[in-house]
Write a protein that binds this ligand. Structure first.
Ligand SMILES: Nc1ncnc2c1ncn2[C@@H]1O[C@H](COP(=O)(O)OP(=O)(O)OP(=O)(O)O)[C@@H](O)[C@H]1O
Ligand code: SF4
Ligand SMILES: [Mg+2]
Length: 330
């Protein structure tokens, strides 16, 4: 997939004035077949909104203000997802090409519905005429692949262990073999053992070729490091740095990334420190971001230019991208 200059804003009516939250504000990125990408950033920086943009799941108060979201398939013409209606997205894209495990979904199965009914509802949302036996058999096969016994389909969510519930949610998101799975904070609020298990299930479906690529969203770099080969760092609705996971973690370029890394690095990591030990201050109000570089009020290296002009993304060392004025002369 390719995203070009995507802007997605929430519009809220506060009193008699409109407040516009620029949650995703000029994002460009590529997601290649076979790749696991981590998207990392503080709470509120726009990760979940970006997930919805990649799915093109745009509903009020969220609006797509600008940009292109292109889906490529071998042997077929590329599709501009922003041109499709919700009906077309449901029929052609969601679940089949791109699927999502939404934030907090791993423990959020409807308690009053048998798993069987949840499976049928999901399959019917993609194809209202789907044969029920076919739908259940498809799910049973997927359950088996992920170590769930067949009888799970006849149980209620409350009868399952936490680990089984997570397998069920991940299985159901992947029933139709989507090429890309977006996992939005799938390991947050889980204990370390359960986190490891969820990562293992995701790696399982990836290595069994049930899915081809993963976008793994997290505010926790240590977790992302365990699964992603490439990292995208977001700050206040923008991508500020991108590169291979190890490069970004061991040699962060952007001062924000540098600050983030302090919390997760082990002593063995060889890091060229520039002296940032923590990130003072708060992320900006996304309805009124500062001019120039959005990180400038918190950046120890801020220069006059940073307060006036927005840094553009530049390529460093062939395969790294950073948006910071410290690198424009390089
Ligand atoms: N429905 C909404 N209406 C208005 N603003 C919203 C809405 N949903 C999110 N926002 C705002 O958009 C910005 C981005 O939110 P988003 O949920 O994408 O962030 P996030 O990076 O996923 O955060 P977290 O790590 O807490 O999940 C935030 O400022 C948030 O307050
Ligand atoms: S552009 Fe300026 S303010 Fe922004 S991160 Fe770079 S040095 Fe800091
Ligand atoms: Mg989120």
């Amino acid at each position: 997939m390719e995203l070009h200059n995507v802007k997605a804003y929430y519009r809220q009516l506060v009193g008699s004035t409109h407040r516009v939250v620029r949650a995703v504000d000029g994002v460009g990125m590529t997601i290649s077949e076979g790749e696991i990408i981590g998207i990392v950033g503080e709470s509120g920086c726009g990760k979940s909104t970006l997930a919805n943009v990649i799915m093109m799941n745009i509903r009020p108060p969220l609006t797509l203000v600008d940009g292109i979201v292109k889906l490529y398939s071998e042997g077929r013409e590329a599709v501009d997802l922003q041109r499709l209606s919700r009906e077309e997205l449901r029929r052609r894209i969601w679940g089949k090409e791109v699927a999502i495990i939404p934030q907090a979904a791993l423990n959020a199965l409807m308690p009053t519905l048998k798993i069987r009914k949840i499976i049928l509802d999901v399959m019917k949302s993609h194809d209202p005429d789907v044969d029920e036996d076919y739908a259940i058999n498809t799910a049973v096969r997927r359950f088996r692949e992920l170590g769930l016994p067949e009888y799970t389909v006849n149980m209620y969510p409350f009868e399952l262990s936490g680990g089984m519930r997570q397998r069920v949610v991940i299985s159901i998101a992947n029933l139709l073999n989507p090429r890309l799975l977006i996992a939005d904070e799938p390991t947050s609020a889980l204990d370390v053992v359960t986190q490891k298990m969820v990562l293992k299930i995701l790696m399982d479906i990836y290595s069994k070729n049930i899915i081809r690529s993963i976008v793994f969203i997290s505010h926790d770099i240590a977790t992302v490091r365990q699964i992603a080969s490439r990292i995208v760092i977001m700050y206040a609705g923008k991508i500020v740095e991108e590169g291979s996971t190890e490069d970004v973690i061991t040699h962060p370029l952007h001062p924000y990334t540098d600050g983030l890394m302090n919390s997760v690095l082990t002593p063995e990591d060889e890091v060229k420190r520039r002296g940032v030990r923590f990130i003072p201050g708060q992320p900006p109000d996304p309805s009124n971001p500062p001019p120039g570089c959005r990180f400038h009020p918190r950046c120890p290296y801020a220069m006059d230019r940073c307060r006036r002009e927005e840094p553009r993304m530049v390529q460093i060392d062939g395969n790294r991208l950073v948006a910071c004025w410290l690198y424009t002369s390089k």
